[in-house]
Design a protein around this ligand. Structure first.
Ligand code: CA
Ligand code: CA
Length: 74
């Protein structure tokens, strides 16, 4: 279980409203390692490479939950 899922579980009922916006970070994070890779973004979010790189604000090659929230809010 990754930290994001734990955080959502701790938040409880708020998780239903706020933690799983859009497709849901946990559902896009297919291997549940806590970050979204280019492949996961492509298959789970229909995100192309240009959008992925724009969303990856710290340029570490993956999207964390905060980067995902910004990207999925667009
Ligand atoms: Ca992942
Ligand atoms: Ca990143």
């Amino acid at each position: 279980m990754n930290r994001y899922v734990v955080a959502c579980a701790l938040i409880g009922i708020v998780a239903a409203a706020g933690c799983n916006n859009g497709a849901g970070f946990a559902s896009v994070d297919a291997d549940s390692n806590g970050t979204i890779s280019m492949d996961e973004a492509a298959s789970g979010m229909k995100m192309d490479e240009a959008r992925f790189k724009a969303a990856d604000t710290n340029a570490d090659g993956s999207l964390d939950s905060s980067e995902y929230e910004v990207a999925s809010a667009r």
